[in-house]
Write a protein that binds this ligand. Structure first.
Ligand code: NDP
Length: 323
């Protein structure tokens, strides 16, 4: 098999990765995009997206991803399906190993591997995940029609999920470890006005109750001010305590911040390694929006193009097919 060295490999197929691919493909770089087993990123587990410009009536998250993918395909992006299991960024060309067996080499790399939901770390949480415990209200809310549920967290995600869940649940209790929400004012006001939402302040979940494989029947809660522990009934528990960047693969090779996000030079997608760029949630703990991910994906592709040009590396020899 002839080994080709690609101009640019994009890791990840959310809005950042797909936008990077569209721009790189239109710049004739013949990008290779590696989409993991959970292709499409977090928009795939979202329902209505009402704030992506160009869709005045809103669009479903998976549909938005599909449209972006079609656009990247139209300009000849080479899609490869598989999980990236290792990378070597120690020297160019960089290598990317997919599913532990196929190695791809590239002159530049755009990392758009996104972020995933954080969990509480309880044994009962992992045992009951998918059996009454969930980290995604938009995916699982439907299953809680007519039930009472808890949402854990105090940020925008928690408040948004609690509000969304009132479409199905008869009562939603937001369990927060402090006495003040971190969520934006508008979201807080919306939740406060919703008669189906209750709040449990200064409270943490210490255990989730239920059968070996569900259903969830209750939770053991601890008031962190009084230290008092109590048991409360609930039929579902949604964990909404933030996200963690998917950067385990890059640890020790790329500069990460103290929360594990890839550190980029301010205002750019450049990492500490020349020719390696990062876009989307993997480098953005703050905004985490589809539109900001797409924007940084565009920036990364433009930077990759400039990098290849200035290093005199750009040429048409990358076939986009070789391994
Ligand atoms: P945040 O980090 O903002 O909030 C996480 C929340 O979970 C905090 O209230 C935190 O408590 C709590 N928490 C964290 N760890 C634990 C734990 N182990 N046990 C109990 N509670 C815990 O994450 P979000 O996902 O809510 O939001 C991230 C970013 O995305 C924000 O910038 C947000 O504005 C944005 N976003 C915007 C949306 C929108 O505009 N529609 C929707 C969703 C997110 P504490 O407050 O005490 O730290």
């Amino acid at each position: 098999m002839t080994e080709s060295i690609h101009n640019v490999i994009v890791i990840g197929s959310g809005p950042a990765g797909l936008t990077a691919a569209i721009y790189a493909a239109r710049a004739n770089l013949r990008p290779v995009l590696i989409e993991g087993a959970q292709a499409g990123g977090q928009l795939m587990i979202t329902t209505e997206v009402e704030n992506f410009p160009g869709f005045p009536e809103g669009i479903q998250g998976p549909q938005l991803i599909l449209e972006m993918k079609k656009q990247a395909q139209r300009f000849d992006t080479n899609f490869i399906t598989g999980d990236v299991t290792a990378v070597d960024l120690s020297h160019p060309p960089f290598s990317v190993v997919v599913d532990g067996e196929r190695t791809y080499r590239t002159k530049s790399l755009i990392i758009c591997s996104g972020a995933r939901a954080k969990l509480l770390g309880l044994e009962s949480e992992s045992r009951l995940m998918g059996h009454g415990v969930s980290a995604c209200a938009t995916c699982d809310g439907f299953f809680f029609r007519g039930k009472e549920v808890f949402v854990v967290g105090g940020g925008d995600t928690a408040v948004e999920e609690a509000t969304f869940l009132t479409r199905f649940a008869t009562k939603v209790t937001l369990v927060h470890r402090r006495d003040k929400l971190r969520a934006s004012k508008i979201m807080q006001d919306r939740a406060a006005r919703n008669p189906k939402i209750d709040f449990l302040w200064n409270t943490v979940v210490v255990d989730i109750l239920g059968g070996e494989s569900g259903p969830v029947t209750g939770a053991v809660l601890k008031n962190i001010k009084s230290g008092e522990t109590s048991q409360k009934k609930t039929e579902g528990l949604f964990v909404a305590i933030g996200h963690e960047p998917n950067t385990a693969l890059f640890r020790g090779q790329l500069e990460l911040d103290d929360r594990g996000y890839i550190r980029t030079q301010p205002g750019t997608p450049r990492t500490n390694i020349s020719g390696v760029f990062a876009a989307g949630d993997v480098q953005d703990p703050t905004y985490r929006q589809a539109i900001t991910a797409a924007g940084t994906g565009c920036m990364a592709a433009m930077e990759a193009e400039r990098f290849l040009e200035s290093a005199g590396l750009e040429n048409g020899s990358a076939t986009g097919e070789g391994h």
